[in-house]
Design a protein around this ligand. Sequence first.
Ligand code: AMP
Ligand code: MG
Length: 410
Amino acid sequence: MNDSATLLPEEEARSRILGLCAPLPAEWLALDEALGRVLAEDVTAQRTLPPWDNSAMDGYAVRSADLTGPLPVRLEVGETIYAGAMPARALAPGVCARIMTGAPLPAGADAVVMRERTQAVPDGGADQVDVLEAVGPGSFVRPRGEDAREGQVLLKLGTPLGIPELGLLWAQGRQAAPVHRAPRVAILSTGDELCRVDEPPNGRIVDTNAPSLALAVRRAGGLPTLLGIARDTRDSVEAALSRLDGFDVVLTSAGVSVGERDYVKEVLAALGVEQHFWRVAIKPGKPLVVGRRGATLFFGLPGNPTSSLVTFELFVRPALRRLLGHAQAAPGRVPGRLEGRLSKPVGLAHFVRVTAAWREGSLWARPLATQTSGVLRSAAAATHLLHFPREANSLSEGDAVELLPLSWVA
Ligand code: AMP
Ligand code: MG
């Protein structure tokens, strides 16, 4: 059966999903919990940093005009300024100050000479130094206000908070920041064949999708809640999905194909969820269903463990990133080259599990032996997904390919 004409291309599915999402409202969060969050407001500097011109080197603070004559130039050492201390006096002509990295420059100094470009004066003690090299004004000086100027915007709305951004905020004396709040994500497994890991199996298999998706949600910056396992009846799925107040995103797994007991789509419709699309032209992960009710986004993910993780990477993670306020919702892909060859019929884009390693200037992607959706083992070894485009039917050794880094790797 070739039904690919009725399936949404992967890029279009993602852009439709992103069209259904907007950054969540702001909350104030302690900085040590704000890594990966996105600023919901501009943050203005309340301190000028560094607060004074200071030395970038251990050496001597000088008046650069003193060094214009023949070298070496002998200067008098007026004082020693350590980091954490303030200079005692301004530099008079012909005088320098021994200075440590980070210490404030004395008034009158406009440059620093590295210690390695000076020489002790024989019998001169510590009170004199010979400077072996001329320096221009500003040399090895970290100017006041280089990192931040009081009253100016330090970090703009929309800035993702990485570790250096948090450092800039701490340096301002801040302990919290206004960020978009994290999406609350409900996760439901469906299937008569499933049991919890702490139950005796009695012919059932452990529900691995829910706890795996919860970790993926947390790694993407969301707050997961497990709703448990619904049975393959209309009532059970409906009961589980009727307690969804306060969730921004709902993930279900399984029950979205065309099986006789696949009730998820039907129940979502009965609960007033507007279905935006069903089925994407990809493998694994074709039977994805996406809908929305009010501000809550619903993803019916396929049941096979690898399919649910792949659709999470391709569609759910970008949605969570958009809700968190990231301008770049879909993680960037990287160029690589195929090791080996691949073939498939045209119609579906394949996302091939590969291990990629850097060799001779390229990221070489080697497809894992098993690619069926039911096998978690090859997802376990994969570092990237290789995008084998919809309209292509073969790829040869060394071909340029697009690789999607996986967020599930350790
Ligand atoms: P379905 O979409 O209901 O046809 O399920 C597809 C496959 O995924 C079946 O082999 C299921 O047993 C398996 N599966 C469904 N849900 C889970 C789950 N939560 N954990 C592990 N495997 C699952
Ligand atoms: Mg099922």
